[in-house]
Write a protein that binds this ligand. Sequence first.
Ligand SMILES: [Zn+2]
Length: 319
Amino acid sequence: MPLSEMTVGVDIGGTKVAAGLVNEKGEILNKVRKPMVATADAQTGLDAVLTAIHEVLQESSSDSVRGIGICSPGPLDPKRGVVINPPNLPCWRNFELAEEVRKVYSVPVKVDNDANAAALAEVLWGAGQGYNNVFYATIGTGIGSGIILDGKIFHGRTGAAAEAGHMGVDFNGPLCPCGKRGCIEVLASGPGIARRARQKVTSHPESALLTLAGGTVDAVTGQIVNQAYAAGDPIAREVMEETIGLLAYWLGNIVDLLEPEVIVIGGGVSTTLAPWLEEIRSRWTGKVVNPWPDQVPLVLAHYGEEAGIAGAAALCEAA
Ligand SMILES: [Zn+2]
């Protein structure tokens, strides 16, 4: 396929830049991964991004792709392609990322946050294909989300919408890094699951959770919860039951708010949740105001670790 039909997707994080060439079917070709230099000056941060793009293009002529899409940590302004002040990218403050990349490559450049972009990739090429109104959540070290309405990313007034991971499900709950209490992220992300497990282990030292963690409560992780659950440990089962209940409560609220055609779940914890998806669905059915909650499918995302690259490329497909 000629390069002119491809796009470059760039996924920027606090420590790495991943980039890939993506074809019109959303398939990712020659991927690269570079360290992100987030703590130096703005130009050094930009250079890390440009190097990744350059390597992906393998020194082909600079305007040979259709466009370059970039996922960056927010807050950002997706309309202008400006990165505002992400805590994990101190190098960029009101940085005109799209414009700076456009200066070098002379192709359309789009910038958005990773969960919004990943939501769009699922609709174009993944588990949300055929649907126009989709709620996407990525559950991993945090919980991110994206809303697709009428086939387009819903940005809200400034681009700061769709932070569903910070919807509260317990106002007396633990403090979330965002400053609020009881966000679904602080309770049901990977670290959130591990924290609830550690609390239970202190009063149940006989649990397999503690054995698997080498006897150290602080060493209990989400993965250990998973292992202990598979081994039949009752405390791990309690933790998983709670997790399922929390996610069902939260997603039931999403069904009542958006009535999406489908809910797509990605992120590192999603594979652990895979056997539980029908259980989550059955728990929101009957617990929501929506009269047809059983008609909203809950499915696993198509993209895993490559969701950022695919999502970034998907931004170039959007009208
Ligand atoms: Zn929060």
